[in-house]
Design a protein around this ligand. Structure first.
Ligand SMILES: Nc1ncnc2c1ncn2[C@@H]1O[C@H](COP(=O)(O)OP(=O)(O)O)[C@@H](O)[C@H]1O
Ligand SMILES: [Mg+2]
Length: 254
């Protein structure tokens, strides 16, 4: 069966196979889906009215009044957009994953993710080192899902460094799988939290900064891609996240 470039809902497959870690009807999945749907409507309304307000303010007030009003509306918009991001993440978490398999050049994908984060790294004086496997690594996987995993992990690494630090990305090709290792010399993780960080909504970040869904989503995506994610961390020393992926995802579909 040729699966590359076809859209497949692997969550169905996993349900049929009775994956003990995956059940769409778990109360938590239902709750998250319900919450996300319920929040979507009022959020859309807030964003629409914020836009209306900008138009109205332009019409009615002079430049000074207008600028003040615009400033407030922009705060409303940015906060509402932040909520929308959370809702999108909740929906993705609850929905299972639609995946599109492609042949992916792993190093290109990693370089893209680093590029995406470059502004944030620069602001904090974080250097990103790449120790890529000497030969190119191509895998059959879902690039959108994998990109989300890498971006979430890199983003956490970035958050963990207050100022001046280093993130290292190492890759290794093994017989049937590949390893992506992302290390940082940030604040590290308390021993007591190590087994909690993959739980949905677990976060140590301030309200508004963290949703606690990043790693839960990474784990969900990697389960679907037949991969694995592990953590190793020491308080005040740093954290290493290891991500294993099969070279070809085909095996789990047969
Ligand atoms: N590289 C890291 N360094 C230190 N702590 C981390 C790192 N990655 C994850 N964590 C911890 O795991 C928690 C959960 O991460 P995540 O699921 O991405 O949610 P969020 O980033 O929204 O808090 C974080 O709040 C943090 O405490
Ligand atoms: Mg995160």
């Amino acid at each position: 069966m040729e699966m590359d470039s076809s859209v497949t809902n692997l969550s169905d497959n996993r349900e049929k196979k009775g994956d003990p870690h995956f059940d769409k009807n778990l109360p938590l999945h239902r709750l998250v889906a319900q919450l996300a749907h319920d929040l979507n409507l009022p959020l859309a309304s807030i964003l629409a009215y914020a836009e209306e307000l900008v138009d109205l303010a332009k019409e009615r007030y002079g430049m000074d009044g207008f600028m003040q009003i615009v400033e407030y509306i922009e705060i409303i918009q940015s906060e509402a957009n932040h909520c929308k991001d959370i809702v999108d993440k909740m929906l993705r978490y609850a929905k299972g994953l639609e995946i599109q398999l492609e042949i992916v050049d792993l190093h290109d994908l990693l370089a893209d993710c680093v590029q995406e984060l470059s502004r944030r790294c620069k602001e904090k004086a974080i250097t990103v080192d790449t120790k890529f496997w000497s030969k190119p690594i191509t895998i059959s996987t879902d690039p959108t899902g994998l990109r989300q995993v890498i971006t979430n992990v890199l983003s956490n690494a970035c958050d963990s460094i207050q100022r001046e630090g280093q993130i290292t990305i190492r890759t290794e090709a093994q017989k049937d799988s590949v390893l992506v290792e992302i290390s940082d010399n940030g604040v590290g993780i308390d021993k007591e939290f190590l087994d909690k960080i993959f739980d949905p909504f677990f976060t140590t970040k301030d309200a508004g900064k963290g949703t606690g869904l990043g790693l839960a989503i990474c784990q969900g995506i990697l389960q679907t891609l037949n991969g694995k994610i592990t953590v190793d961390s020491k308080k005040a020393v740093g954290t290493t996240i290891k991500i294993w992926l099969p070279k070809r995802i085909k095996a789990i579909l047969t």
